[in-house]
Design a protein around this ligand. Structure first.
Ligand code: PEP
Length: 246
């Protein structure tokens, strides 16, 4: 089943979250044929979890710490996320990598912790514009995935991967569906090599300036097994249109 995920980033207070979710739930009456996920900021998770209970729409976090507890000021652990109802967590988003200096080793530790704690990670990978221009897209993606999955290659069916070309995130510049499909195919083949038994089961999502006007074109391709949506997920009506774009 395809996964359509909203990454709100650092947007929406608790009251704005309540308003959004009440409106969104009125728009998604039959979500059975697709999996829908909302990832609000930490402060909104509890209230969002309460409002989403029984709706079929799932809750996720945008980040986590890999330790269970301890002296890590400002961090939030996976058990804390699970207790407020999170079933998913985004790991290694390009903003975490580039603005908060998260490296592949830290991302690997977070993925290991997610698998141990039983929360489903969405691993984000993507090349920068200079990588693409230097013909390095596949090499960059391969390195990010191999390092992120180091030691946990056998468990690739317990996570999803979002391919998000960095130059297409929040910029309005869109990769073509063909660009995305070729990278999605490459990721699938790589996962099958890393995990011959069930590497093919990992869903590969696309992310980067997805909107209601372009979502349908991507979804014509079976290789696009879902979306991670930033800016266009902030209005319930717009996000619902993306959810029903296929
Ligand atoms: C994202 O934050 O993962 C993202 C894809 O953002 P946007 O849709 O705004 O490009």
């Amino acid at each position: 089943m395809r996964l359509i995920a909203a990454n709100w980033k650092m947007h929406k207070t608790v009251s704005e979250t309540e308003e959004y979710i009440r409106a969104f739930l009125r728009l998604v009456e039959h979500p059975e044929s697709r999996e829908i996920l909302i990832c609000p900021p930490f402060t909104s998770l509890y209230v969002a979890g309460k409002l989403l209970e029984g709706s079929g729409v799932k809750l996720g976090a945008q980040n986590c710490h890999h330790e269970e507890k301890g002296a890590f000021t400002g961090e939030v652990s996976i058990p804390m996320l699970k207790e407020v109802g999170c079933e998913y967590v985004i790991v290694g988003h390009s903003e975490r990598r580039h603005l908060f200096c998260e490296d592949d080793e830290l991302i690997n530790r977070k993925l290991v912790a997610c698998l141990e704690e039983g929360i489903r990670p969405i691993l984000c990978v993507g090349e920068k514009l200079e990588d693409r221009e230097a013909g390095m897209t596949f090499k960059v993606i391969e390195t990010q995935i191999k390092l992120a999955l180091s030691g946990i290659e056998k468990y690739t069916d317990s996570l999803d991967i979002a391919y998000e070309p960095v130059w297409a995130i929040g910029t309005g510049v869109l990769a073509t569906p063909e660009d995305a499909v070729s990278v999605h195919r490459f990721i699938k083949e790589l996962l099958k090599k890393l995990n011959p038994e069930n590497g093919g089961k990992t869903r590969i999502l696309y992310g980067g300036s997805v909107k209601p006007t372009n979502a349908g074109e991507f979804m014509k391709h079976s290789e696009v097994e879902g979306f991670l949506v930033g800016g266009a997920s902030l209005e319930p009506e717009t996000f619902a249109k993306i959810v029903y774009s296929f």
